[in-house]
Design a binder for this molecule. Sequence first.
Ligand code: OMP
Length: 272
Amino acid sequence: MNAKDKIENRMTSTQTMLCIGLDPDISLMPQKFGKSRKPLFTFCRLVIDTTYESAAAFKINTAFFEKYGTDGIGELKQTCDYLRKKFPTIPLLLDAKRADIRSTNLGYVSFVYDYLNADGVTLHPYLGSEALKPFLDRKDKAAIILCRTSNQGSGEFQDLRVKSKGKTFPLYEIVAQTVVSKWNRNGNCLLVVGATYPSELKKVRSIVGDMTLLVPGIGAQGGEIKKVVRAGLNSKKSGLLINIGRAILYKGSAEEIGLAARQCRAEINLYV
Ligand code: OMP
């Protein structure tokens, strides 16, 4: 099954649009994890085991593992293997924000898809589709392309007005238009739009039809579930992977983490 179908199946079969962000930060975890031999893996395993019922997908951010060099990469691999083995029907998305020239991308593709066995990866659009071909050609995987990011300064480039066919549009709209009309030939593209920009999310939805959007920025970054769901649902009352990391991960005990995930999922469904 390809990644797009896997994501849609999971969302439909479990009635959830919650994506759990696995961003293991030792300074925010209960102290006992810091003393463990494999703190990142041990913490992620606990989060996976306590939240999987609420999860439409897990998004693993590699930065939190890369920070620890070879040990961190080992724990990243272990976390991916654990997820694939124990919950094979739950999509595993990698947040690594990759993109380079085409030949270099082949290395990234091997790391992400052959070594880690992920279902999709986040990508920068800046180098264009010619460079991203090794990702876009993978019909079985999801190419998750940054469109309008959640950070405060995202407008510096993404709001720049660009002329296209006699009209001007902000750059993020050009990205959305281009991805939906040209890059998505294999039906394997998703776009990233920050929860902190609900008006822009609404605009992107009007451009891309039913394409699934990955929406990070709820909670710790100030985004609100209600605004995201109202602005971003597609015509099937679906099409959102609402990513939440810190606002679930660092709630305390395993029970509290599980409860936080269930509450987020319920809040999302309240507005559908
Ligand atoms: P929390 O703010 O803790 O929920 O985590 C957000 C996660 O989403 C982090 O892993 C970010 O790197 C990621 N993210 C954003 O916060 N904003 C974006 O615009 C894009 C991403 C991403 O690509 O996932």
